[in-house]
Design a binder for this molecule. Structure first.
Ligand SMILES: [Zn+2]
Length: 470
């Protein structure tokens, strides 16, 4: 199985067409969510890594000497961006021993070694899903190596990263010497940790603002403030995990630039909406992850056709909890299996609030960036984004709004020079494109009807990319 995967991957790399001096994508319908512009019978000229010109055939001629790529009846979009993934997690059942301890079935060190070895395959699955950039919102210090590797690999998305999470709680089960989550007890510790992180030039600093009886909202506020001050002094933005309304409000008040999940405990109020608008906070809802732990544990996993086709089959195989011997099943899975309806009911209640909040924030003009939290148990690296699109549609977002979330808004979350030149299709932007066979504006489900993906000017036909996953 492993051999077949790596062989197929090698094939797919060979199949992608190397940079032509210049190529012209001719005759397709160009959809530029940044401007809501739709150009029929378009020409997109790519020169090396960048877009050199965009227009209609009426306005401009196809440059002589450029490679002509016929896009008649196709739809051209900026490459998708998933703004919330974790490369230190596989998406499989053994990837979060702090949530369900199955280390007797698979030691956590083996899981991490497998994840590192499999990174080229994981990268390729993002491209297969039309995702040309991702933001890794927190992991061990080796995340910075992942960014370096991805950005030097042709068959990989562009990667922005945060380092280890500054957390209100500890997770010793994940500590193999380079922990992804670091408990910080006071503001001075927070400042010191930010200074250490800053040496690695993180794209974001991430805070894990977990609230419970022992850790009330206010006790961690000074740490959030110190983290934000120290980060902002170095021009680094701060992303905060906060899923309750009061936690999210506190996070933004103390300086969060990005909220990385939905508010799921209650409906957002006008003051919260105004706060996000005034501060230009970006919110990434990560709807899909809210159903995947519960559904996996209850043996009710609802993977989409895209996930089944393009997700890593070895990872997906681990998600069948019925394969684990009864006596090794952790209590949490045992309980879920005994009463799957209770698990599904909890998910429904979460979505009743989260989807409504998404619609409220979108309507109010808050910047929403699409993201999945891929890597968490049951949330599949790459194609999970299409389940996120379905849920955003259920929330009431239009196809164009969803595409904006996954391109131009997501590029703002990605940030930096790269973010400024991705997520849209304009002259001098990076040539990162998705070419579709059917119109996503008619139905967002068409967003996965991928004909080809262009990353950094390199054209990869989908049937060649498909070799990765079949
Ligand atoms: Zn996350």
């Amino acid at each position: 199985m492993k051999l077949r995967t790596s062989l197929a991957l090698a094939l797919s790399i060979v199949a992608c067409l190397a940079h032509a001096e210049k190529s012209s994508f001719v005759g397709g319908t160009l959809i530029n969510p940044a401007t809501s512009q739709v150009l029929e019978n378009s020409v997109v000229v790519v020169d090396g890594e960048r877009i050199a010109a965009v227009g209609t055939r009426k306005e401009m001629a196809v440059p002589t000497g450029s490679k002509w790529i016929d896009c008649k009846d196709k739809f051209i979009l900026p490459g998708y961006i998933d703004t919330h993934v974790h490369f230190f997690q596989s998406g499989g059942l053994f990837t979060r021993p702090d949530v369900v301890d199955l280390t007797k079935v698979r030691p956590y060190a083996d899981e991490i070694a497998g994840i590192k070895k499999n990174l080229p395959d994981t990268f390729a699955r993002y491209l297969r899903s039309g995702i040309t950039s991702v933001v890794d919102v927190g992991g061990p210090f080796w995340n910075f190596e992942v960014r370096k590797t991805a950005n030097a690999t042709e068959m990989a998305p562009r990667v922005a990263v945060a380092g280890p999470l500054i957390s209100s709680v500890s997770r010793p089960q994940l500590d193999l010497g380079d922990p992804p989550i670091v408990k910080i007890d006071n503001p001075e510790q927070a400042r010191e940790f930010v200074r250490k992180l800053a040496e690695q030039k993180p794209d974001l600093v991430k805070i894990w603002y977990i609230v419970n009886d022992e850790h009330p909202v206010d006790s961690f506020r000074p740490i959030v403030r110190a983290t934000a001050e120290e980060s902002h002094a170095r021009k680094i933005r701060v992303a905060v995990h906060a899923t309750e309304l009061e936690t999210a409000r506190a996070a933004v008040e103390e300086g969060a630039d990005v909220l990385v999940h939905s508010v799921i405990d209650k409906e957002v109020d006008d003051a919260f909406v105004k706060l996000l608008k005034d501060r230009h906070t970006i919110l990434c809802p990560t709807l899909v992850v809210f159903e995947r732990y519960g559904r996996t544990f209850a043996n009710k996993l609802n993977l989409t056709p895209e996930e089944k086709a393009w997700g890593n089959p070895e990872v997906i195989a681990t998600l069948d909890v019925t394969k684990i011997p009864q006596e090794q099943l952790p209590e949490r899975i045992r309980t879920a299996l005994a009463n799957p309806d209770a698990a599904l009911d909890r998910i429904k209640k979460t979505y009743d609030v989260a989807l409504k909040n998404l619609k409220t924030l979108e309507d109010a003009g808050v910047t929403i960036a699409a993201g999945t939290d891929a890597g968490n148990i049951g949330t599949i690296h790459g194609p999970a984004l299409f389940r996120e699109f379905q849920l955003m549609k259920e929330a009431g977002l239009t196809p164009m709004q969803i595409l904006q979330c996954a391109t131009t808004n997501a590029a703002k979350l990605f940030g930096g020079e790269t973010g400024a030149h991705t997520g849209k299709i304009d002259k001098s932007d990076f040539a990162d494109l998705v070419i579709l066979n059917s119109n996503p504006l008619n139905d967002i489900a068409h967003a996965s009807d991928i004909d080809a993906v262009v990353k950094n000017g390199v054209l990869c036909p989908a049937d060649q990319l498909a070799a990765v996953s079949h």
